[in-house]
Structures are given as C-alpha cells and as structure tokens.
Design a protein around this ligand. Structure first.
Ligand code: SAM
Length: 339
C-alpha cells in the first residue's frame, strides 16, 4: 500500500493486490432490473441478488473506495437508468471521485443525459448490439433501436465525452455490421468499442459456443486500416485511429479471453447490486460482504478493511497457462475454488 500526500495535504492511499496491480477504479452495479432482455447478457457476473443497495449505501461504498485511491467510478447494472435516484447517486459520488461514468443500454438516455451531466456524470458507454431495427429487436426483445440512437446523440450533445458505443461481437448476429457501426460512431462523434463475447452466465454458455467470434481477425483488419494505434492503460486495450472522408474515428477492442495482458492490467474492483465486493467478473466464490457491515453501522476503518480483504483476494483470471471457459461456469456455480 502506498501513502502519498494529495494537493490539499491530506494523505491519499493506493491499494495494490498480491500481483502488484494497482487499484484505481470501482464498477458498481446499482440494480439487476433491466428494460431489455439481451440474450447474450452476462449481468456483470451476478448470479442472483437480494436487496438493492440504497443511494446512501452506494455513496458510502464509493466514498471509502475514493479514500483508498479508487477515484474512477462506473455505474452499471441491470439498467442503471431504471433507478429514479440515479442523478442523486451520481452527484453524491462526484463529490469524492475524479470521474463518474455510466454504462447504459441507452433506451432512457435521451431523457436523462443533460440531468446526469449536470449532476456530475463525466462520460457514458452505450450498448448497441445492432443498428438494424429487426435484429435489435431479436437480440433485445424490444423494438427501440431508434431510442438508443437518440440517446447516444443526446449524450454527445450533453458533453458526456467521450461517448463510447459498446458492441459485443457475435458471429452470425452482428459481425457484418462492424463497418456500419464504425460509420455511425464517426457520425455521432463517438468511440466504437468492440467487445469479445464472454461466456459468463451458465445459461448463455451454449449460446456463447454458437455465437462467440474470434476477435483476432477483426483486430488485424483494424490494424491494416489504422492511421495510428494507441493503448488504453486499462487492460492494455488497443485503440485504432481510422479515418473516413477526412474525419477521424477511434475503434477500441476489448479482448479478455485467454488474454493474460488483459488481466495483468486490470485495475478495477466491482460491487454487486446487493452490496458485495467482487474481485473478478468471472468469479463468485470470493465475494466480500460489505453491505452487512454498513447496515451494522461499521466505522470507515472497518469498511476499509473489507476493501483490503477483497483486493487481497484478487487474482488474474487469465494467465499464461489457463483453463477452458467451461471451468468458468464451474466456478460461478461455486463447485471449484481457486486457491
Ligand atoms: N444495461 C447496461 C448496458 O447495457 O450497458 C449495463 C449492464 S451491461 C451488463 C454492461 C456491459 O456489459 C455492456 O457494455 C454490455 O455490452 C456488456 N456485456 C453484456 N454481456 C456481455 C457478454 N456476454 N460479453 C461481453 N460483454 C457483455
């Protein structure tokens, strides 16, 4: 653990895990409810949840995380915009965090973008599995791609920059739409994030086997077209600068599976919607219950200890020598413990 002085003179702490990875971001699931039914969804690796956290509890967890150096906070779900108190949650967290961001399906974003920006939200990721209305409906069970497109535009106009469009790549479903998605991202001034499909929920393993698309050829195609390649420090994700008709557009690849560099450069801790610290998206056998401590009136120091315990439980999931994805599912159901 490093302790340094902040500009205002108060000490600030940075946590590192046993593998030397620095923790600087927190990803909080604020609900499990969702207004879409995307067949591929990993639901942030949550298998079930009891009661949702209140806004005060979320704010408390974020405050402790910020004191421990995790000053980038991302809100996720379920669909975070289904929470009426989301602007208040954002504004509470913005008091202590350097950056509050959101990942959303975008359906309600047009309505809330400006309010969220005013509350202190810095940027937004919007899921868009297809631009084609029929395909979008098949994937999500809702006919609302236009609402999502409007939400993306509203976010860009509300200065929630950069807007990132998240597209999970699926063979036979949407891979052929990548060039169109790049054009759309360019038109609206967004970054396109192409995400490898992960087999996280037990019920989507069969579907993963059918639709998983190898991202390497897509990455090679981007490499050939790119004017420049950058690297996002988080997960060492590659970001390709493309150009069309004199206008730039960035495409980032999120390629976690069997990618040890991805895990070596993971700097985030997660919080489930029912208040458990979650060291890894792919595991549910090492959660740390912080919400019970909060509900019992624990002091900040005790909450910090819970954070430190979760950080010490972190392990890179994908390493040089690794298991196959079906073992992920065994871990999720708690049948295998990793020691
Ligand atoms: N409802 C919000 C949304 O759609 O962004 C937040 C929840 S969603 C689980 C968060 C992110 O996970 C989205 O960017 C989505 O594209 C991504 N995602 C969902 N299922 C996935 C999967 N099986 N593999 C990879 N990414 C996935």
């Amino acid at each position: 653990m490093d302790t340094k002085s902040r500009k205002d003179g108060t000490p600030s702490t940075t946590l590192h895990d046993r593998f030397g990875r620095k923790l600087n971001s927190l990803r909080i699931s604020v609900t499990q409810k969702c207004n879409l039914k995307c067949f591929y969804c990993h639901r942030e690796g949550e298998v079930s949840a009891s009661h949702e956290m209140t806004k005060e509890e979320i704010a408390k967890i974020a405050e402790i995380a910020c004191e421990l150096g995790m000053k980038k906070v991302k809100l996720t779900g379920g669909e975070p915009l289904l929470r009426d108190d989301l602007p208040e949650i954002v504004s509470e967290i913005a008091e202590c965090a350097d950056e509050v961001s959101l990942t959303t399906n975008g359906v309600l974003l047009e309505k809330y973008a400006q309010t969220l920006f005013n509350a202190g939200l810095k940027r937004v990721n919007v899921s868009l599995p297809s631009l084609n209305p029929e395909r979008f409906q098949k994937i999500t069970e809702k006919d609302c791609v236009q609402q999502v497109r409007d939400g993306i535009k509203a976010a860009a106009q509300s200065h929630l920059h950069p807007v990132k469009i998240n597209m999970v790549m699926m063979k036979g479903i949407n891979v052929d739409e990548i060039p169109r998605a790049i054009d759309f991202a360019q038109d609206v001034g967004a970054i396109l994030q192409l995400i490898e499909f992960q087999p996280i929920q037990p019920e989507n393993y069969v579907c993963w086997k059918t639709f998983h698309c190898n991202p390497v050829p897509i990455e090679n195609w981007l490499k050939e077209k790119a004017l420049a390649v950058q690297e996002n420090p988080l997960h060492k994700r590659k970001r390709y600068l493309l150009e069309k008709n004199g206008h730039p557009v960035y495409v980032e690849i999120v390629r976690p599976i069997h990618n040890s560099a991805f895990c070596q450069n993971c700097t985030r801790l997660r919080v489930t919607s029912d208040g458990k610290l979650k060291p890894c998206l792919l595991r549910n056998d090492n959660l740390v219950d912080i919400i019970s401590l909060i509900r019992q009136g624990a002091k900040s120091n005790e909450l910090k200890e819970a954070f430190k315990e979760a950080v010490m439980l972190r392990e890179p999931y994908w390493r040089e020598k690794n298991e196959n994805p079906s073992q992920v599912l065994c871990k999720l159901s708690g049948t295998v413990r990793k020691n």
